[in-house]
Design a protein. Sequence first.
Length: 212
Amino acid sequence: MSVLWTVKVVGLGAVALTLSLELLGRLFGRLKHRKTLNEVLFFPSEVACVEHFFTPTATHSCFCSLPHGVETSFYRLLRHILSASSSLDLCVFSFSNADLRRAVLLLHSKGVAVRVVSDKDYSAITGSQIGVLRKAGICVRCDVGSVHMHHKFAVVDGRRLITGSLNWTLTAVLNNMENILITEEPDLVQPFVKEFHRLWVLNDPAQYYQNQ
Ligand SMILES: [Zn+2]
């Protein structure tokens, strides 16, 4: 084989190898891009400052005594909730946590459509934040059935589900062993979207009084 042929064969081989690598790179890139969000959080959460979520300037200027820049379970939960850009549908039995209330109010103030379904007995207890949400103009509907509305889930932008044992209370976050699953698997998210819609319609005050 002449030297020229050898150069040609080596050259073609190099081109083929480059193309193959490029193709593989794109394929893996696409697969990586398609990876569905799935995350599990366990509580009780460590205590850390979350002020920067509410006061962006606090990232470098908060001097409270809590640790800063620590990604606790609660930090991650807040981040998922605050990722909402168009809607937050929340179905929670007990809601008394002030930071979670601040997160919901922040989303509402940014124009995110917030809807809340809660338990009628627990929404009236001391420390419940449901009244504050209502006063801020957030639509809240309480269950009118004879059984407790015991769900604890939220759907962010109709595609990210946050669900688990955790009530939105300070005790649950700091003192209880709890779990939260965050997923964007459509097969898991869609039944919760449907369940929220069912409860929202079922507990429409107008419809309820009409049926009395
Ligand atoms: Zn701080």
